[in-house]
Design a protein around this ligand. Structure first.
Ligand SMILES: Cc1cc2nc3c(=O)[nH]c(=O)nc-3n(C[C@H](O)[C@H](O)[C@H](O)COP(=O)(O)OP(=O)(O)OC[C@H]3O[C@@H](n4cnc5c(N)ncnc54)[C@H](O)[C@@H]3O)c2cc1C
Length: 478
């Protein structure tokens, strides 16, 4: 099946017999109908439908080299700058739909898989055919992937083999003729309704020789026997008036447990190989395409915050105050910075050693390091501008009560009637203050991994020599 529709996606999700734990509920089939998932499942379905709409079809899909049918653009292995622009346009279309609130739209991991398949020789040992086959399978069936990269947060002062139990972190337990048995856990996996889960190495935390049984990369369907996902409390709410974002965009996050999961050989891409595990995301340029996708998403988010801040300030007549303008200008600067990173990455794209056109990683690496630092300011600006207005947001059903007359009079703003103003401030609260908003802030801090270790990685990767030379020359008075 080529690029799929929303209906096909929901049917597929409901058919799978998985094991998701939501409190005491064990969800197996019909997962998309559970109250914790109904909203997000419909949202993902809407994204799938979007790619098939007439005005989007051309740039959101392309012709599969294998079947001649249309498949999603995020699978496109770019060779020309037009291809890169097409990829960005497609990513932005999806990101705008959720104001950048969704981290696991299919394009994120499709981009990583696309890059890994193009660099299939990296995997070696007969594994290269497997990654290409898997990429084609995901592309031709338009599957939605999640991933889980991090070991459980039990004791960070020692590695996985030195924990109180060496099977806390997921590791190889046994090798059989059919495949490898994996036991232990990983955290987290955002969007447990996905079709498949990539169990890959972290892009930040490195493995050593002690970590051999933990150093692997594989992909399995979410309905593989023994695979369990334990969800956090849902932030999804039914009322789109009261929770305009949470009602549609709560992706959910789960701890993933491998209770002796048999991973078939054809789905194993790296096994007991710390060196390859440490190198996979950079050597294949998967990290670059992930950073490109997420910078587009972050641009969409910052643009939403810019619009939101302007509407709030104008709504209550605060837009004329210099300190309000100063703070909104901060968002403008953030928007222009993220856009400049993207433009520069595309303008300086080069054909990599695997033969595809890769955006320049330097500005994208700067973007992924800058974003966790600047994104909390977006929330603080909205809180500063909204002030007590962020608490003057009564539940929707007040409008059906006799108190509605007070809403009309006392909740109006300079620019809006009472109901419109409440809608605007509820949107703001959901973005920065509700459980959903709090999770968003945390997500942006840790989206690409621990920002502290990402900064060290940048420090070690970046070519500082030309600037040291400059300083040395000035030191000598030249
Ligand atoms: C909302 C949300 C969704 C997520 N979704 C996914 C997902 O879909 N897939 C996925 O794989 N991951 C996901 N993650 C996990 C994400 O990858 C991690 O949060 C991130 O990699 C940081 O790891 P950690 O949370 O285990 O923090 P830890 O590594 O436990 O760090 C905790 C604190 O200790 C410090 N610290 C710990 N160890 C060290 C060290 N060795 N050196 C210096 N400082 C250290 C850190 O700086 C940090 O301040 C998600 C996280 C969040 C918050």
């Amino acid at each position: 099946m080529p690029a799929c529709s929303g209906k096909q996606f929901i049917e597929r999700i409901n058919r799978k017999r998985r094991e998701i734990w939501y409190g005491k509920d064990r969800i197996t089939t019909n997962a998309a109908e559970h109250p914790a998932f109904r909203g997000i499942a419909r949202t993902m379905a809407a994204l799938y439908d979007m790619q098939l709409e007439e005005e989007n079809l051309e740039f959101m899909t392309y012709i599969s080299p294998k079947t001649g049918e249309r498949v999603g653009t995020s699978f496109l292995q770019p060779r020309t700058s037009e291809d890169l622009i097409k990829r960005r346009r497609m990513i932005k279309k999806w990101a705008d739909f959720s104001a950048g609130m969704l981290g696991r739209t299919p394009d994120y991991l499709n981009s990583a898989l696309m890059a890994m398949a193009s660099a299939s020789d990296f995997f070696g040992n007969g594994m290269s055919e497997r990654i290409v086959k898997y990429y084609e399978y995901v592309r031709e069936n338009d599957l939605l992937l999640t991933h889980t990269l991090i070991n459980p947060q039990v004791n960070r002062s020692v590695g996985p083999s030195k924990q109180v139990d060496p099977f806390i972190a997921a590791r190889v337990a046994e090798k059989k003729s059919e495949g490898v048995v994996v036991r232990g856990a990983r955290m987290l996996a955002t969007f447990p309704l996905a079709d498949e889960i990539l169990v890959f190495p972290s892009t930040v935390v490195r493995s050593g020789q002690d970590d051999i049984p933990y150093a692997f990369a594989f992909a399995i369907p979410v309905d593989t026997p023994g695979l369990k996902m334990i969800c956090r409390e849902s932030f999804s709410e039914d009322s789109s008036f009261d929770h305009p974002l949470a009602s549609r965009f709560d992706e959910q996050d789960a701890v993933v447990i491998f209770d002796d999961v048999l991973v078939p050989w054809e789905r194993i891409f790296i096994l007991e190989d710390p060196e390859r595990a440490n190198a996979v995301s950079e050597s294949t340029d998967a990290i670059v395409f992930m950073a490109h996708q997420s910078t587009v998403r972050e641009l969409a988010k910052v643009e939403f915050f810019l619009g939101l801040a302007c509407l709030m300030a104008e709504s209550i007549g605060a837009d004329q105050f210099p300190q309000v303008q100063e703070r909104i200008s901060e968002i403008i600067i953030m928007r222009e910075t993220m856009k400049a990173f993207l433009d520069a990455s595309e303008a300086n794209a080069r054909i990599n050693k695997w033969g595809i056109l890769v955006p320049d990683y330097t500005p994208l690496n700067a973007a992924r390091n800058l974003w966790p630092r600047i994104s909390p300011s977006l929330c603080s600006i909205i809180r500063q501008l909204g002030a007590s207005g962020l608490m003057a947001i009564p539940p929707e059903d007040i409008l059906a009560s006799e108190a509605t007359k007070y809403v009309e009079k006392y909740y109006q703003s300079k620019m809006q009637d009472g109901v419109e103003r409440i809608r605007l401030f509820k949107l703001a609260w959901d973005a920065v203050g509700s459980s959903f908003g709090g999770r968003q802030e945390l997500y942006e801090r840790f989206f690409f991994g621990d920002p502290v270790r990402m900064a060290s990685a940048l420090y070690n990767w970046y070519d500082k020599e030309p600037y040291k030379k400059l300083a040395r020359e000035l030191m000598k008075g030249k």
